[in-house]
Design a protein around this ligand. Structure first.
Ligand code: BGC
Length: 749
């Protein structure tokens, strides 16, 4: 423990030393801009995929990727491109040495050939770590990070992501996802911080702090990218990139606050939602991209499109008659940079539009100024890349440890009948089975070495699956039989034969790594093969411990009664195998809490912060909130008791604060962490209030018998909501505070 603390002190001190002096003033950038031709300005607003300038061609890249000099030179001299992204479609992770040679070639050629030598900004999806760099540290996906309810840990994880992304030579990370996870069917649910505004906003703040620190000019920091602005996660069908119906009040109440928090924290860039809201594609929506983002939220950073989304205004959304109209619409709506990404038509069309007077050059200047300032803030005008030796901690054991700690703190114990866990008797024989038992890919999910994360050849050597981690600790008493793939039962007799010989069964269910449109599914129900697997195992009468590694909450209702314990692991990353094994064996005491409401049925998707639907005289119990597990739920190997809530005053007067506290005691036999969750219930409000809403939380660690007072400082903003005029207000009235089973009324003036 001590050495870890020391490490982080040293790591953060090191990180601040890396801050470079900012060399160019805003005035100097403006005079640089004054020298730029329209073509040069348009080039700055253009981002192409690596595939456009690499050997082999788009989606057919040579491995490892190599620059095609002729193509690169054309991109620089003819199109004057300002930005490049990713590994190239169809390809995957490469070594730091390969990255270094690619990036050096790009920067060298740009220096040699571009008239004004404006550095090229490289961006990448380092989603749960620098996942396109061999040997990088892979953390739990965001949903698991949210389940830790530990923002400081999430900040540290993001600091490692930033460090390793910069160590790769890349200063811009398309992360974090700040879309609220209120549609569990969505293929990118695992990329969110869950369903709750308060929790996700705390995580948004932590992620931006971790990625950007105090200055992105540090060689250990990157520019973050909040994505995807706005409302992307809440499609009507639950499928990726399908229409969203979202009234402004709900948009402001649920989907905007994470972005507001990230902007307040200083996020440098934003990526735009690919879809349409209420019939207007966001890439063509002036109200969202300019009136809201710029005029109201005062965001001054760079707004980049998502993949090919300007062209999609023509070929998918059909709001533009041709590509030229599409470019005009998007630029006039407020786009700064187009992730084109596979050709140069955008450049030609935008130049034409400006030369014809359809877009004023002053409009380009707004965007180019933001882009140049970002490049300046990142220190790119003085140094585009740093030496390998500046990053001694890349892929280090210390970073892996932090990933392990994050995975450990994310694990959420949903059931533990008769305290079957932790397993205590090392002489017991265990059958380990199920599709996720022996797969690193199923622990990591998508955005792992490749976009969809299914390639098994690129996994980091030495990282352990659940089976390998258990074998390491439990030795020869482990029997393995896969039993089922994700969607087909296998070797039934062999499995049941082995099940009969053991004392307990650990069955690990999973979901195919996937994201975006390829990850769309039609139902949250568990695939039949995995259901049958558990049912057959249950028929043996042996106690079953269920481990779940899912992209989204797959329905467990039919099997909950059949298993003794449920260990919900989300997508815990490269150290997930070790964390899960240690949790089963009691070396880790689970402290994760669900960052979403766990539905009991695929069509019964009600969030914990629901409106009242059941307090009626007649029996409307069919309207009741009946999830499998509540938001914020998670068991521990110890128990905690709460004393009644104490408040510093009965009334929260205007402009004042109120202190709310209670004592929490660990009454069990082992050390454990507890998340103290403060909810409130607005008794009467002009907009139907939620039954309860999270407004603050704190994670504490307690030794057996230890008691701690936990205090929250609340002001009127903690009880605010969006009224019918779409304004955030706190109305006077009675509020009930809720912590665990304790309640207390206060009056808000
Ligand atoms: C995704 C973004 C991602 C971008 C670049 C898009 O398809 O929606 O989240 O950052 O690709 O890879």
């Amino acid at each position: 423990m001590k050495s870890k603390v020391l490490f982080f002190l040293t790591f953060f001190a090191f990180a601040t030393q890396g801050i470079l002096a900012q060399s160019m003033s805003d005035a100097a950038l403006d005079s640089l801009m004054a020298k730029m031709s329209v073509e040069e300005k348009v080039g700055q607003m253009t981002q192409i995929d690596l595939g456009v300038i690499a050997e082999g061609g788009i989606c057919a890249l040579k491995q490892p990727q190599q620059i095609n000099l002729a193509k690169l030179r054309e991109a620089i001299t003819k199109y004057k491109i300002g930005s490049i992204l990713n590994v190239g479609c169809g390809s995957g992770t490469i070594s730091r040495a390969d990255w270094s040679s690619l990036l050096q070639t790009i920067h060298k050629e740009n220096k040699k050939l571009s008239r004004l030598q404006i550095p090229i900004l490289y961006g990448i999806d380092a989603i749960h770590g620098a996942n396109y760099t061999k040997g990088a540290t892979l953390f739990p996906q965001q949903i698991g990070q949210a389940a830790t309810w530990n923002p400081l840990l999430v900040e540290k994880a993001n600091a490692v992501s930033a460090y390793e992304t910069r160590a790769t030579g890349i200063p811009w990370n398309f992360s974090p996802v700040l879309d609220l996870g209120r549609q569990p069917l969505w293929s990118r649910f695992f990329e969110t911080y869950g369903e709750d505004v308060c929790l996700a906003s705390a995580m948004a703040h932590a992620a931006i702090r971790g990625l950007q620190g105090d200055s992105v000019s540090s060689k250990y920091k990157v520019a973050a990218c909040m994505k995807h602005f706005l409302g992307y996660s809440f499609s009507l069908s639950g499928k990726d990139r399908t229409p969203v119906w979202l009234p402004e009040r709900e948009m402001r109440a649920y989907f905007l606050p994470t972005f507001q928090e990230a902007i307040a924290t200083g996020a440098k860039t934003v990526m735009i939602n690919s879809g349409d809201i209420n019939g207007t594609p966001v890439h063509a929506n002036y109200d969202i991209l300019t009136t809201l983002l710029r005029d109201e939220l005062k965001f001054e950073g760079v707004a980049v499109t998502d993949w090919e989304d300007i062209y999609k205004l023509e070929n998918l959304h059909r709001v533009a008659a041709n590509k030229k109209d599409a470019v005009k619409m998007a630029i006039m709506a407020g786009v700064d940079m187009s992730m084109v990404p596979n050709d140069f038509q955008f450049c030609d069309l935008l130049v034409q539009l400006v030369k014809e007077g359809a877009i004023p050059e002053s409009r380009l200047d707004l965007s180019v100024r933001r882009i140049l300032r970002l490049k300046r803030d990142l220190g790119l005008f003085s140094e585009t890349m740093f030496a390998n030796k500046d990053y001694p901690n890349f892929g280090s054991a210390t970073f892996a440890n932090l990933s392990y700690q994050t995975a450990s703190e994310s694990i959420t114990l949903l059931k533990n009948k008769e305290r079957i866990l932790p397993l205590r008797d090392t002489k017991e024989k265990l059958l380990v089975c199920g599709p996720a038992a022996h797969s690193l890919n199923l622990l990591n999910g998508a955005w792992t070495h490749t976009w969809q994360g299914v390639d098994t050849t690129t996994n980091t050597p030495g990282k352990k699956t659940i089976l390998q981690a258990l074998q390491q600790q439990w030795g020869s008493a482990i029997v393995y039989e896969k039993g089922a793939s994700l969607d087909a039962l296998q070797e039934e007799e062999q499995l049941l034969g082995k099940a009969k010989t053991v004392d307990k069964i650990v069955v690990c269910l999973g979901e195919l790594p996937c994201t975006e449109v390829p990850g769309n599914i039609k139902s949250l129900d568990l695939p039949e093969a995995q259901l049958q697997l558990v049912k057959q195992l249950a028929a043996t009468g042996k106690p079953i411990i269920l481990v779940c590694c899912f992209n989204r909450p797959r329905i467990l209702t039919p099997i909950i009664p059949l298993v003794a314990a449920i260990v919900y692991a989300y997508l815990p990353g490269d150290e997930g195998g070790m964390a899960i094994a240690d949790c089963l064996l009691g070396k880790v005491n689970p402290s994760g809490k669900l960052p979403f409401t766990y539905p009991a049925a695929s069509n019964d998707l009600v969030h914990y912060d629901r409106k009242r639907t059941e307090d009626l005289d007649i029996d409307f119990s069919m309207n009741a909130y009946q999830p499998s597990f509540d938001f914020g739920f998670g068991l521990s190997y110890t128990q905690f008791t709460y004393t009644p809530i104490i408040i510093s005053a009965d009334t929260l007067t205007k402009g004042s604060k109120i202190l709310v506290n209670c004592k929490v005691k660990n009454t069990g036999a082992v050390k454990g962490a507890e998340v103290v969750q403060l909810y409130y219930n607005d008794l009467v409000a002009s907009i139907t209030p939620s039954v309860k809403k999270l407004t603050a939380f704190q994670k504490i660690v307690l030794a057996p018998n230890e008691e701690q007072r936990v205090q929250f400082e609340l002001d009127a903003a903690h009880f605010s909501f969006i009224n019918k005029n779409n304004e955030r207000v706190t109305e006077p009235g009675w509020i009930e505070l809720l912590i665990d089973q304790q309640k207390k009324l206060i009056y808000v003036e």
